[in-house]
Design a binder for this molecule. Structure first.
Ligand code: GRF
Length: 194
């Protein structure tokens, strides 16, 4: 089996996207990224995509039927696994239904801790520090109709140090956990669906 046809949704820097691109190019994944979509025109993830010759599109959320357009695009590219990699937008019901069990997200905390409405980006790490946690990490999970509530695929941990700032912690979680477990989760799905 030749692997999965992956569509990646991004909103920002796309370093998680880069970890998937690198794993595919290094032959560590059998899957292929067939398209990259962003709800932000200036997302650096789009630049990364184009550097690697992957079709990449900005879809304007202000335009009519944004969610329908996203879904159409994924279907046009015959995507069979959708990866939300720093995609800071709630996914519409039509997409969750169309891709049930085939849409995954990465969240920068040890879910169910620090997940749900309002917990995104740096806010997650601020909350972890405010709660005096001694460890944090990230979770790759299936997307269901709740926010950060879907079944966990894989988690990874890092220590929290006393003098950490939210951005120190965020960088540690991103570099030491997110970039690894996202690729591991895709590999796991490749193996299960082979
Ligand atoms: C990551 O921490 C991701 O978990 C969160 O936003 C950050 C985005 O990083 N949702 P990047 O765009 O992949 O570099």
């Amino acid at each position: 089996m030749s692997g999965l046809r992956i569509g990646v949704l991004v909103s920002g820097s796309g370093s998680n996207l880069q970890s998937i691109i690198d794993a595919v190019e290094a032959g560590n994944l059998r899957s292929k990224i067939v398209c990259i979509l962003s709800n932000k025109e200036d997302a650096y993830g789009l630049v990364r995509a184009r550097k690697h010759g992957i079709p990449a599109y900005f879809i304007d959320p202000k335009e009519e039927d944004y969610d329908g357009r996203v879904l159409n695009c994924l279907q046009d590219y015959e995507v069979d696994l959708v990866v939300l990699a720093g995609y800071l937008k709630i996914v519409a019901l039509n997409m969750i239904e169309a891709y049930k069990g085939r849409i995954i997200n990465i969240h920068p905390s040890l879910l169910p801790k620090f997940g749900g409405k309002g917990y995104y980006g740096i806010k997650v790490h601020e909350a972890v520090l405010a709660a005096h946690e001694i460890e944090s990490g990230a979770t790759v999970h299936f997307v269901d109709t709740g926010i950060d509530t879907g079944e966990t695929i894989i988690q990874g941990k890092v220590p929290v140090y006393e003098n950490d700032t939210p951005s120190d912690l965020g960088k540690r979680v991103l570099d030491e956990v997110e970039h690894k477990i996202l690729v591991q989760a895709i590999k796991k799905l490749e193996e299960e669906r082979a």
